[in-house]
Design a protein. Sequence first.
Length: 116
Amino acid sequence: MAKNIILLEGMKFYAYHGVLEQEKILGNHYTIDLKIRLDLSKASQSDNLNDTVSYADIYAVVKDEMAIPSQLLEHVAGRIIKKLETRFPAIEKVRIKLSKHNPPIGGEVEKATIII
């Protein structure tokens, strides 16, 4: 089976994740990059959306999960991966890069990022 990749890069969200109370009230900006491995050989021949995973459907899953407040970015990322793999069985592997912009850590930091 061929191993192909779908990348969705630079997805932007405003959400309410964090341990600190101010993060739960004020929210913050987040960026997500997804790398999804699956077989795209059939879609490359058929030109039929049913033979791949729709980018819009992937985005909708990410958006829904980002709307659920969590304390940890790791938890959000884990939920997104689990939901994608459950909803789209053709997905073989997901890599997520989730960044919180200007994290409240007592210093000037552009982003705090996790990769799972």
